[in-house]
Structures are given as C-alpha cells and as structure tokens.
Design a protein around this ligand. Structure first.
Ligand code: FAD
Ligand code: AMP
Length: 478
C-alpha cells in the first residue's frame, strides 16, 4: 500500500482542483488524480472547463465578436477599416495557448500548495481506498481519510446523430474547426449550442439551430428569452423550435439531417453538424463494487445538501452531482467540502448561483424568473429597465436588452435578477451579492452606483420595482 492521504480528490476540473487546493491550504495532506492527457500525451489539469469548455469557448466568442465589431460596427463609430480578414488558424492557436497557460497554471498551483498530482484513472474501492491506474496500465492503491469525487460530465450522444470524424461533432469538436463551414447545423438550442452557433455564424457560416422543444430557453425568464431569440435571430441564427432530429446520413462528405416539425418530415444538408443536446454525469470505471456510493436514476452520484454521498467520508461535487452543470457551482462545492472535511460548518446557497450565456449581448440571471416565482406562489412585483435608456449603453453603442429585478411584493425581497445586455455576465454579480445579503429592491435602489456605467441599469430596474426609475417615462408619484 502506498501513501495515506487526508484527502484524495478524483478529477482535476474546477470542482476537483479547487477542493484539492482549499484542502491543502487548510493544512491537510492532499492528492488529486487526473486522467486527462493532451494531444502531446501530457497529463493536464483543469477538466472540461479549461480544456474543452468555458475557457476555449470564451476565447473563440471574444475573437469572433471582435471580428464582427471591426467588420460591421466600427464604421458607425467613425473608424474606417477595410478588408477585415479572419485568420481562423491564428484564432485557434491563441485559444490553445490560453488553454495551455491556464492548465499549466493549475499544475503550478498544485505544486505551490503541496497537492500531490497523481496521473491516471482513479477508482474508488471500499474503505476509502483509491486505485490509480496510470497510462501504461500500472496500478497503485492509496488510502484516504476522505475522498472527493469530481469526475465531471461528458457530452450526451444521440442515436440519430452518431459522431462522425470531422462531420458530426460534439462541442469539443466544434472548438477545433480549422476553417469556417459554409452550412453549419446545430442540434440543441441550449447554452452551449447558442454559444458555438454564434461563434461560427459570426465567422461566416450559415447556421441553423434545430431544437426539439417548442419553447426557447425555458429556464430563462420569458421576457428575457423572447428578447434573446429576437436579437439572435436578427444576427442571422436560424433557430427552429419544435424541430426534432430523427436521423442523419453522410453523403459526399456532407451531412443530411432529417427532422420532424409541425409540417412533418424535413431534410436539410450541412457541411458540419454540432450535437449540443446536453451533458451527462461521468462515472465510467469509477466505482468498484461495495463502496456504498449510490447513483440516482439519471446516473448522478447521490449526495445530500453538503455533497456527502451514502458512504461516510466520501463526497461528490460538480457536474457529477445534481444541480446546474456550471464550473463555479462545482468550485463552490469544492470549497464547501474541503471546509467540512476540515471540521468546519460550511454550506452553499444553491438559490444564488448565477448563469450566463456568452452570446452578444450576454444573457445572465440569478434566482427565480418571474414565471417561476409565480409558480412558487409568490405575489410578484418586477422592475425592468431597458439599456436603450442608459447613457453608458448609448455611449458604448450597445443599447440592446434590459435589466429586470423580480421581487416578492409582500416583502420587497429580491427573488431574481435577469439581464440581457453588454457585459451582463459581469453585471449579474450585483444581483448575486444582493441576493446573498437577502437584499430588498429598496436596498439596491438606495445604493449609489457610479455614472456612467451599465450597472446603473440594475439600479434603475430596482427603482422601477416601485415605479421610480429616473430615466424612464410613466414613473409613479409618491
Ligand atoms: P470536469 O470539468 O468535467 O472535470 C472532471 C475531471 O475529472 C476531468 O478532467 C476528467 O478527466 C477527470 N476524471 C473523470 N473521471 C476520472 C477518473 N476516474 N480518474 C481520474 N480523473 C477522472 N460552465 C460555466 O460555468 N461557464 C461557462 O462558460 C461554461 N462554458 C462551457 C462551454 C462548453 C463548450 C462546455 C462543454 C461546458 C461549459 N461549461 C461552462 C460547463 C463546465 O465546463 C462544467 O460545468 C465544469 O467543467 C464541471 O466541472 P467538474 O470539475 O465537475 O468536471
Ligand atoms: P442543454 O441541455 O441546455 O445543453 O440543451 C440541449 C437541448 O437539446 C435541449 O433543449 C433539448 O431539447 C435539445 N435536444 C435534445 N435532443 C434533440 C433532438 N433529437 N433534436 C433537436 N433537439 C434536441
């Protein structure tokens, strides 16, 4: 038997690496097992988020947005540029460099914090032992007082659209195209489908998004979702709702997609097809018999509010457990679990986890939508402020969208904040902080915001709850 650790973490994504670093900061002896290898065969830390998720997708979104600004919007500002060209290979190289810097940074943080990096596949054995099998097939078993499983998730595959090298790809494949496909199909109008569809649309693809459901972004506040669909449609994303993909054929290096909609059977041909129909928890070869760790009916590891599994001393966090599949949710769980293992009382507020869609404009929200709040039985009062009335948004030439504050009418407590607009992903932090502090709309309304900022739209939306937005008509007299 090899070393004994206070904590062994399986998986070094944003859930696992944060748990490992926090546990080491608290003075515990920690190891983190990771099996991901990059194209050069080197073990890399950072998981989905750093390698094929949040970071590379944002690198491509930022570059493609800047390209569109230079090509289509600069002249409105008086900046004349001609012959704006996109070098896709250079864009990809920068994305890869960013990924390499960040994944290397996690390995450096492990060293700096004294986390032992174990390379290979971790398997939980009964009695909190972890067997690690390296890439040559050699195994070593380690003992731990506590184990944290952070094995993450992988893309869902669907039988009608099996992945086909270079033609039908998942989100990871869509981050690797070396040239702009002329006709691009996207299955699924979820967050990832819309982000990746936007990248390639901006670079010149004709993009068709096929979504089985009749509703668009059902998790988003209706008013914001409607605005999002309108704006993305104006940008040229052809989003077809009620369109369920039933089959695909490869013919002459093209993908023929069959789908059904309200008019019956349809067919459309694409140069490439991205399958973005969600992600599923990843637990392959992870659990030996007799560990006591149980999965729910959807394959997620079953945990309580503090991420403890059915096996004492075994925790699970991030995408492999219930809750939104978001990097920051996994990281927060990682910190909570490390604190609990250290003997502290820690908990997480699952009601104040922000979500962001990094389209342009961005869409961001925290807490309940107006519809959800009503469904939960609240008498709801909302304040909405359009960016078209914001001085800074006008100065920025970015007047699309709105900020919306949803409150409980009887207490004025903020139940949710929803924003579509430039930098919504940054602005939403104000809603998160307000909700963490149990703020009322009046508390936000009585707060001084810098001028001119986009944040003033959040302030005005809070003022609007009581009909007192300043820069908007039809305000109420006291
Ligand atoms: P992961 O990041 O999946 O990491 C799990 C790690 O465990 C992996 O490195 C894996 O190799 C390793 N592992 C698994 N099993 C074993 C084993 N048995 N032994 C050893 N190692 C193992 N989220 C956001 O919050 N914001 C975004 O903007 C965002 N954009 C995204 C864009 C895309 C295209 C995708 C695909 C995802 C995006 N996400 C985003 C989601 C985000 O990436 C995930 O929520 C997050 O990575 C989950 O973290 P995790 O630590 O639970 O798992
Ligand atoms: P998300 O889980 O948010 O990433 O979204 C995935 C989307 O894919 C959901 O909105 C699903 O309705 C959609 N979807 C799943 N299967 C199909 C299919 N066969 N055809 C079209 N859309 C699908």
């Amino acid at each position: 038997m090899a070393d004994k650790f206070d904590v062994i973490v399986i998986g070094a994504g944003p859930g696992g690496y944060v748990a490992a670093i926090r546990a080491a900061q608290l003075g515990m002896k920690v190891a983190c097992v990771e099996k991901w290898v990059n194209k050069s065969g080197k073990t890399v830390h950072g998981g989905t988020c750093l390698n094929v998720g949040c970071i590379p997708s944002k690198a491509l979104l930022e570059t493609s947005h800047k390209y569109v600004e230079a090509r289509d919007e600069y002249s409105e500002l008086g900046i004349e540029v001609s012959d704006v060209q996109m070098d896709v290979k250079k864009m990809m190289a920068r994305k890869e460099k960013t990924v390499a810097n960040l994944t290397g940074g996690i390995s450096a943080l492990f060293k700096a914090n004294g986390v032992t990096a174990l390379e290979g596949t971790g398997k939980l054995l009964p009695g909190k032992k972890v067997e690690v099998t390296d890439h040559e097939g050699n195994s070593e078993t380690y003992e731990a007082a506590n184990v944290v499983i952070a094995s993450g998730s992988v893309p869902v595959e669907i039988p009608p659209a099996p992945l086909t090298e270079g033609l039908i790809v998942d989100s990871s494949g869509a981050l690797e195209f070396q040239e702009v496909p002329k006709r691009l199909g996207v299955i699924g109008a979820g967050v990832i489908g819309l982000e990746l569809g936007s990248v390639w649309k901006r670079l010149g693809s004709e993009v068709t998004v096929l979504e089985a459901m009749d509703s668009f972004l059902p998790v988003v506040d209706d008013q914001i979702a409607k605005e999002t669909k309108k704006i993305l449609g104006k940008q040229g994303l052809d989003i077809r709702l009620g369109a369920r993909v039933t089959g695909t054929d490869i013919k002459d290096n093209e993908v023929v997609v069959k789908y059904t909609d309200s008019n019956g059977e349809q067919e459309q041909t694409f140069d490439k097809l991205i399958v973005c129909v969600g992600r599923r928890p990843y637990t392959q070869s992870l659990l030996a018999d007799g560990t006591g760790v149980e999965l729910d009916e959807r394959g997620f590891i079953q945990v309580d509010d503090t991420c403890q599994t059915n096996a004492p001393g075994v925790f699970a966090i991030g995408d492999v457990v219930r809750g939104p599949m978001l990097a920051h949710k996994g990281s927060e769980e990682g910190m909570m679990v490390a604190d609990i293992i250290h003997g502290e009382k820690a908990q997480m507020n699952y009601d104040a986890i922000p979500s962001v869609i990094y389209t342009a404009p961005e869409v961001a929200w925290v807490g309940m939508s107006e519809q959800q709040a009503k469904k939960e039985g609240f008498e709801v009062k909302c304040g909405v402020f359009p960016f078209s009335a914001s001085g800074r948004a006008m100065a920025n030439n970015a007047t699309e969208g709105m900020a919306k504050v949803v409150t409980d009418a009887s207490t004025d407590r903020i139940l949710g904040v929803h924003i579509i607009g430039q930098h919504a992903g940054e602005l939403i932090a104000q809603g998160v902080i307000a909700m963490e502090f149990g703020s009322s709309a009046e508390d936000l309304a009585l707060t001084c915001f810098a001028h001119p900022t986009l944040s003033e739209a959040v302030h005005e939306a809070a003022l609007a709850v009581d009909g007192h937005a300043i820069h908007m008509a039809n305000r109420k007299k006291r």
